[in-house]
Write a protein that binds this ligand. Structure first.
Ligand code: P1T
Length: 415
């Protein structure tokens, strides 16, 4: 705890009120006091010297060894630098890094106990839904309801489950890009004494700041836009509240699902360019979304940056841009979707999202195959739904790639 705060704390304090780009490049990243290195060192040591035995426990932990480090699962200087910078990026006070986005999610569920209820948005990431339905519910006795989360619908669900402990939102959702009103649902959750968690992965902290809109916890899969280069799997949780931070630090250390120093270094490096990359992701995505809208092979395009997005007013209220993710429904269902995906040359057919290179996939048979078929149908996750993660390549090359793959897919309709 002290370590995260001490990773260049006076340095951090100087930059805390600066703009986003200045914060992510400087907060938590003071030059190394030993060598003067400008770049944060990768601190590989698993253990740290203590000046006197027996003080590094319990409440004395933070006071016992001057620099605040004891054992690398508990805290690590490179991880602390990333956590400190990320907290500043998200407008939070504390950030805690985990070994994956799912490790962050499972650690948050450790805040609950058997018998507790969680209200989750229905179109939640497939892996999150699988963990809720198939591990947390049967193994730990935590119950879940899945709803289309407007403030009114959330209020109605609280009437069915009074005493609900946690509300789990993801906005925009993966993959139907539904947007929920963070301020509105925070008010309902807090009225009923529940914590609001927002999975901010699809927008990233540059585009959307859930804590400033009233969420208690913002969670991100760092694997996506924050790291941004498809070479790290990591998750992070950000909070403002000291008490919640204490509880989560205890879980982070006790459960031990922490990232290593190499990955922390890479994620910190990625974070430094988040604002620049996100602007380009959004510019490219808008151009690609318009090209899709112009094609008669496309039944519907869902992109938060388009005026046609059903919740465009909400996007304008709580997000800087429409982000880098597009979902569209191709004519002809799975056979044409398959041909489209096989024909792409600049976009790579692969799971995941949020990196510099453009990716495309079929959620129904890839990332969300574990979501029960009837649930997929209920949320509109059909076989013809194609998900694009628009990278930062040249926009003309992306549009040309999409148009030629749509032309190849058209042939399937007459085969
Ligand atoms: O993959 P991991 O770092 O564990 O993050 C899980 C996760 C959490 N939340 C959202 C919104 C996500 O999209 C993900 C991971 N998603 C993919 C791998 C995907 O292709 O959709």
């Amino acid at each position: 705890m002290a370590a995260a705060a001490s990773a260049g704390s006076s340095h951090g304090a100087h930059f805390a009120a600066k703009g986003f780009g200045t914060r992510v490049i400087h907060v938590g990243q003071a030059p190394d006091p030993v060598s003067g290195a400008v770049t944060t060192p990768i601190s590989l040591s698993t253990t740290f010297v203590q000046t006197t035995p027996g003080l590094a426990t319990g409440a004395d932990q933070a006071l016992s060894y001057g620099k605040g480090y004891e054992y690398s699962r508990t805290n690590n200087p490179t991880r602390a630098a990333f956590e400190t910078a990320l907290a500043a990026a998200e407008g939070g006070k504390h950030a805690l890094a985990f070994g994956s986005g799912m490790a962050a999610t499972t650690s948050l569920i450790h805040l609950l106990k058997s018998g507790d209820h969680v209200i989750s948005i229905d179109d939640v990431y497939g892996g999150t839904q699988r963990y809720f339905r198939r591990t947390a519910a049967p193994t730990y006795g935590i119950s879940f309801s899945f709803i289309d989360m407007t403030p009114e619908m959330l209020e109605a669900e609280f009437a069915k489950h009074p005493g609900t402990k946690m509300v789990w939102a993801e906005t925009p959702t993966n993959p139907t890009l539904k947007v929920c009103d963070i301020e509105g649902i925070a008010a309902v959750a807090h009225k009923h004494g529940a914590l609001l968690v927002v999975d901010n992965t699809f927008m990233s902290p540059w585009n959307q700041q859930p804590l400033s809109l009233g969420a208690d916890i913002s969670m991100n899969s760092v694997t996506k836009f924050i790291n941004g280069h498809s070479d790290v799997v990591m998750g992070v949780v950000t909070v403002k509240c000291d008490e919640l931070n204490e509880k989560l630090r205890f879980i982070q250390n006790g459960v031990g699902a922490v990232p290593g120093p190499h990955d922390s270094y890479l994620a910190l490096r990625g974070l430094k360019t988040l604002h620049v990359r996100m602007q380009r992701h959004a510019e490219n995505a808008l151009v690609v979304a318009k090209a899709l809208e112009a094609s008669d092979m496309v039944e519907k395009v869902v992109y938060p940056g388009l005026d046609s997005h059903p919740q465009r007013a909400l996007v304008l209220k709580q997000c800087k841009t429409g982000g880098g993710m597009i979902t569209f429904y191709i004519k002809g269902g799975l056979p044409t979707a398959r041909r489209f995906l096989e024909s792409l040359k600049v976009f790579t057919l692969a799971e995941s999202l949020g990196a510099v290179e453009s990716l495309a996939e079929s959620p129904a048979i890839m990332t969300h195959a574990s979501v029960p078929a009837e649930q997929r149908a209920a949320i509109g996750l059909t076989d013809g739904l194609v998900r694009l993660s628009v990278g930062i390549e040249d926009e003309a090359d992306l549009v040309e790639d999409i148009e030629s793959a749509l032309a190849a897919a058209r042939a399937v309709l007459s085969e």
